[in-house]
Design a protein. Structure first.
Length: 134
């Protein structure tokens, strides 16, 4: 049985354009990736239960973290007219396992008197996404 990863070692690499080089996204504390697949019902008379055919994955996700004065990629990426490259690593210790693809990125900021300046973003696929597992 394999060992699980602790999320403290996760890391995100992102470019600010679709053709730029990706580098570590500083201040990032969280990422999610949803690779849900569309299904279409094809149930016919006489079937014993509903049946479906599988469509395409609908790739989307989120990033979250804290604003840092030495990181501008969050802001530059959201204005990119040709998308960004993203690499979502499960762990720095096992860099052979990660999800990657190109995406459209949008930015959100949250500031409260009792918290550090928070930053987050949503992304959707611009092109194919893959999970590299070895």
């Amino acid at each position: 049985m394999g060992n699980p990863y602790h999320a403290k070692a996760a890391v995100v690499y992102m470019s600010t354009t679709g053709t730029g080089d990706a580098s570590e996204l500083l201040g990032c504390t969280e990422w999610t990736l949803d690779m849900s697949t569309d299904t279409v019902e094809v149930t016919a008379f006489g079937d014993s239960n509903k049946t479906y055919v599988q469509g395409l994955p609908d790739i989307s996700g989120t990033l979250a973290g804290f604003v840092r004065d030495d990181e501008t990629k969050w802001f530059s990426a959201q204005g990119s007219t040709d998308g960004v490259k993203m690499y979502l690593y499960f762990s720095r210790q096992t860099p052979a396992r990660y999800a990657y693809g190109t995406a459209w990125f949008s930015l959100s900021l949250n500031n409260t008197v009792s918290s550090a300046n928070e930053i987050s973003g949503n992304f959707t696929a611009k092109g194919p996404w893959t999970i590299k597992t070895s």
